[in-house]
Ligand binder design. Structure first.
Ligand code: IPM
Ligand code: MG
Length: 363
């Protein structure tokens, strides 16, 4: 059998993006060599880098390259430099355009605690030890995309800002199915998060998720309001297995869940649609304050490459290998600044990459 050959579009983006992407590519090349998996890497522009080069945050050429690849690995977008542009020309618009352009309606954000990093968590060891949560966030609907939206002049001359939180039944059902299936591959518990005590859109959400549960009798479904969820996540995060929620609540809760693990610099994510093409990216942002200083933590990017292998390319053995290597470098005590604690060695982004390669090559 000939070796599988995958075309991967790389979107390094802004800030620390290019540095952490370089590490992930080295790791992929090493694992590819070892397991006889071929990668062809194609680079494209997104975010501020695309604005500087072409005037728009998501050039058509980038979308086209993504569509013609087997998976997309994205680093991070954004920076102070572009913060004052109108919203449709900001780097964030590039990311939202990529999600909607590729129809990536399901965002999987695992928050898993690395035993070696428990002391980096702001919460007590007994609260976070063993935390393993998967947030399934709806990604192409809800208040991020609902119409009408905009800032409009009113009759009094005052301006009024408007966004619309809306979900159709089919949008709820398709993210619901992804969530039930995800819970099935985990510990069989699903918590649906909404604000059904106030919002009609949430009442419809709860109604559809409840109906869907009939198809998944093996899954234990619960419902929580989003404010209560925010509180429960810090009070007793171990009660959660899989969480499913809309775009905005998922944005907020996934940052909160991420911080339980000690550093948002450790967490990957996958954005999937129904076509099989996915975008894999760290949960953290572009950290412009440390960009270009070799201080960034590349591990979330590397773990995003592992998620790409697992969920995008169906290469679980390669994903396992990368995840094991990350665990081993942490075991050795190598730490970037964001995950430093007593008795560990401070390393830069590049050195962390070298450590991963050493471990992978068994040196
Ligand atoms: C995220 C980010 C994005 C979002 C921003 C950068 C548009 O916060 O991926 O969580 O709000 O979805
Ligand atoms: Mg966010």
């Amino acid at each position: 059998m000939s070796a599988p050959q995958y075309r991967i579009t790389l979107l390094p983006g802004d800030g620390i993006g290019p540095e952490i992407m370089a590490v992930a590519v080295d790791v992929l090349k090493t694992v590819g060599r070892q397991l006889n998996i071929g990668f062809e890497f194609v680079e494209a522009l997104i975010g501020g880098a695309a604005i500087d080069a072409t005037g728009v945050p998501l050039p058509e050429d980038t979308l086209e390259k993504c569509r013609q690849s087997d998976a997309v690995l994205l680093a991070a977008i954004g920076g102070y430099k572009w913060d004052t542009l109108p919203s449709h020309l900001r780097p964030e618009a590039g990311l939202l355009g990529l999600r909607s352009g590729l129809k990536l309606f399901a965002n999987l954000r695992p928050a898993q605690i690395f035993p070696q990093l428990i002391d980096a968590s702001p919460l007590k060891r007994e609260v976070v030890e063993g935390v393993d949560i998967m947030v399934v966030r709806e990604l192409t609907g809800g208040i991020y995309f609902g119409q009408p939206k905009g800032i409009f002049a009113t009759e009094t001359g005052e301006r009024r800002g408007v966004n619309t939180m809306a979900y159709t039944e089919s949008e709820i059902d398709r993210i619901g199915r992804v969530a039930f299936e995800t819970a099935r591959k985990r510990r069989g518990k699903l918590c649906s998060v909404d604000k059904a005590n106030v919002l009609e859109v949430s009442q419809l959400w709860r109604d559809r998720i409840t109906k869907l549960a009939a198809e998944y009798p093996d899954i234990e479904l619960s419902h929580l309001y989003v404010d209560n969820t925010a509180m429960q996540l810090v009070r007793n995060p171990k009660q959660f297995d899989t969480i499913v929620t809309g775009n905005l609540f998922g944005d907020i809760l996934s940052d909160e869940a991420a911080m339980l693990t000690g550093s948002i610099g450790m967490l990957p994510s996958a954005s999937l649609g129904s076509s099989g093409l996915g975008v894999f990216e760290p949960v953290h942002g572009s950290a412009p304050d440390i960009a270009g200083q070799d201080k960034a933590n590349p591990l979330a990017q590397v773990l995003s490459a592992a998620m790409m292998l697992r969920y995008g390319l169906q290469q679980p053995a390669a994903a396992d290998k990368i995840e094991r290597a990350v665990s081993q470098v942490l075991e050795r005590g190598d730490r970037t600044g964001d995950i430093m604690s007593a008795n560990t060695n401070l390393v830069g982004c590049r050195a962390m990459g070298d450590a991963l390669i050493e471990v992978l090559e068994g040196k």
